[in-house]
Design a protein around this ligand. Structure first.
Ligand SMILES: *[C@@H]1O[C@H](CO)[C@@H](O)[C@H](O)[C@H]1NC(C)=O
Ligand SMILES: *[C@@H]1O[C@H](CO)[C@@H](O)[C@H](O)[C@H]1NC(C)=O
Ligand SMILES: *[C@@H]1O[C@H](CO)[C@@H](O)[C@H](O)[C@H]1NC(C)=O
Ligand SMILES: *[C@@H]1O[C@H](CO)[C@@H](O)[C@H](O)[C@H]1NC(C)=O
Ligand SMILES: *[C@@H]1O[C@H](CO)[C@@H](O)[C@H](O)[C@H]1NC(C)=O
Ligand SMILES: *[C@@H]1O[C@H](CO)[C@@H](O)[C@H](O)[C@H]1NC(C)=O
Length: 527
């Protein structure tokens, strides 16, 4: 009797209990609401896809490894990080294995070591170092299941003729390891203006390399998968003989049916450019749009003359000089978000986040006993899941992106369309918050949402310490993307934490987001 009564009480209590449940507050929303608003920006969204929207390929997000260091990256830690990006993408991720060392290598089928650095006092980190690869090197490609690769045909040779044996041993080595379907691209040489005497000489090398590889891999007539140029960041101007126009008019168009990509390299700060501060050089939309102007002639030339060839940034990074904090803390991550989205809005088809173990701007350091401390996930890694989230996995409508000019260097915004419909808006708060004192914010009003948009979710790329955050592995100052983190120490880069996003109501086609300084958000409409 007693027992029966007790049971019926519990049953009666259950539906009522659900009514009194409070939603768990999203920590990043709490942080945003406690920042003080200093300005309001308004974005008028266009009701339909703008005609100048840039198409966004589903494989835009990419990572890159300097060729000779593939064996250092080929471990579970790197594979976990890459898998985290892969699961946010609708198509296989492309890993670029290339760089200066990719031209300065030879292959010895009898060598037991995967790589041996030889003949230079720059071993192994200097760009003049040369390497001999053994067959074990190619096993490194197998570590990244499902990924595709952009590989390099090595052509820098003292005799200024392509060493066909070398090209064939390298390309065939990759083919043997992972099969030709997973070779997305074969880049012919790297930063070729550093060793080619003139444009005609490079064109000749490209033709020879393409001829040999087409034959060895048995590529059909319509198989377009080569990449050319990979011009060094500091020398891209558009006008000289190694500019895109210079190379194509020096005779490259003869093999245009084989060329899929032109690559150039982009570092925000390099060479003899002044380093500046995080605020003046990295967290600054004007710095990005100004630097980008050097690249516009390349992109425009290709679009007008060879629309079947896409333009990519195959090597990128915040800076090649400056402090560790400057190159690789949270300021560099937010720079990467703004840079990648701006490039996307200007018809760049892919951006590879490049790394070599000595580069501070790397997305991660794969293991211990390299020139930079590791293993560590670095702050710039966090830009990649953000950008992948902005692109989305859906194949429902053709993606198109536009940059929304807010007429300030300190806030930038982008709208992502699928077909005619705007699905996501990314907003980046570029004013520097260095981790102490009251954090300021801007308020951003999105107007012109269609009647069908009833609600929106907010994903935040956040660090309590602002630009002082290097991430949990680096200095214990955490960075989160929608509540989630990546760390070697915690779980070897698998990623942890529950995904948390805020919600915002839409009233009469409008919504308002609070954006703290040094934070980036994605507003997901109807998601
Ligand atoms: C948005 O639209 C309103 C009215 O339609 C206009 O007054 C305002 O200047 C526009 N804002 C921007 C940033 O274009
Ligand atoms: C991107 O390319 C498309 C197609 O060629 C063109 O219509 C559009 O204007 C370009 N966008 C920019 C920002 O250059
Ligand atoms: C050409 O490449 C092969 C294979 O890597 C190497 O053994 C040989 O020394 C190279 N030849 C020259 C002239 O460098
Ligand atoms: C590799 O070993 C084989 C058999 O000993 C030899 O014939 C060949 O010359 C060696 N190749 C190189 C590049 O050392
Ligand atoms: C920082 O991240 C680590 C690893 O996930 C976690 O254990 C720690 O509690 C976090 N610290 C703060 C202040 O959230
Ligand atoms: C959104 O609307 C719902 C339903 O009207 C309301 O309960 C909730 O408090 C609103 N949320 C915000 C953040 O205003």
């Amino acid at each position: 009797m007693m027992q029966k009564k007790f049971l019926s009480l519990i049953v009666a209590a259950l539906p009522g209990a659900a009514r009194f449940q409070h939603p768990i507050p999203v920590p990043d929303e709490v942080a945003a609401q406690s920042a003080s608003v200093t300005a309001t920006h308004t974005i008028n969204l266009s009701a339909s896809r703008p005609s100048d929207a840039s198409a966004v390929p589903a494989d835009f997000v990419s990572v890159g490894f300097e060729s000779a260091f593939l064996p250092s990256y080929a471990n579970d830690f790197s594979a976990n990080l890459v898998a985290s990006l892969q699961k946010r993408m609708g198509v296989p991720i492309v890993i670029r294995v290339g760089g200066t060392s990719g031209d300065r290598l030879s292959i010895n089928p009898n060598q037991t070591e995967d790589t041996k650095c030889v003949g230079s006092n720059q071993c192994p980190d200097g760009s003049a170092a040369t390497f001999i690869l053994g067959p074990g090197y190619f096993d490194g490609f197998k570590k990244f299941s499902g990924a595709k690769f952009s590989i390099q045909a090595p052509i820098d040779d003292k005799s200024l003729a392509v060493n066909a044996t070398n090209v064939r041993l390298y390309v065939n080595g990759v083919e043997k390891a992972v099969g030709k379907e997973r070779i997305g691209t074969i880049q012919v040489g790297n930063e070729v203006q550093l060793y080619e005497p003139n444009a005609k000489a490079y064109v000749k090398d490209v033709k020879e390399a393409i001829r040999d590889v087409v034959k060895d891999l048995g590529l059909g007539d319509a198989d377009r998968r080569f990449q050319v140029l990979d011009t060094a960041s500091g020398v891209v101007k558009g006008g000289n003989q190694f500019g895109v126009k210079g190379i194509f008019t020096a005779g490259l168009q003869d093999v245009k049916g084989r060329i899929k990509y032109v690559g150039e390299h982009y570092y925000q700060v390099s060479g003899n450019m002044p380093t500046g501060t995080i605020q003046s050089s990295l967290l600054n939309h004007n710095a990005i749009t100004t630097r980008f102007k050097s690249y516009t002639p390349s992109i425009t030339y290709l679009r007008n003359n060879f629309p079947a060839i896409s333009y990519v940034f195959s090597e990128t990074g915040s800076a090649l000089k400056g402090s560790t904090k400057f190159q690789s803390y949270f300021g560099a991550a937010l720079w990467s978000v703004d840079f990648q989205l701006y490039a996307m809005s200007k018809n760049v088809s892919r951006v590879s986040g490049t790394q070599r173990p000595v580069a501070k701007h790397s997305l991660w350091i794969p293991r211990a006993r390299l020139s930079e401390p590791g293993p560590q996930v670095r702050a710039p890694f966090y830009a990649q899941p953000f950008v992948a989230g902005f692109i989305g996995k859906s194949a429902a409508g053709k993606r198109g992106v536009v940059n929304i000019d807010l007429r300030t260097p300190f806030v930038s915004a982008y709208a992502m369309f699928e077909g005619e419909v705007v699905k996501r808006v990314a907003i980046i708060g570029l004013r520097e918050y260095t981790g102490s004192g009251q954090r300021n914010a801007v308020q951003v009003k999105l107007k012109g949402l269609s009647d069908s948009v009833r609600s929106a979710r907010i994903g935040r790329l956040h660090a309590n310490a602002g630009t002082d955050a290097g991430g949990f592995d680096v200095n214990g100052k955490n960075i989160t993307w929608q509540g989630q983190q990546w760390s070697y120490k915690v779980d070897q880069g698998k990623g942890h934490g529950e995904m948390t996003r805020g919600s915002v109501n839409v009233t009469e086609g409008e919504l308002t987001v609070r954006l703290p300084d040094s934070e980036a958000v994605i507003v997901y409409l109807n998601d």
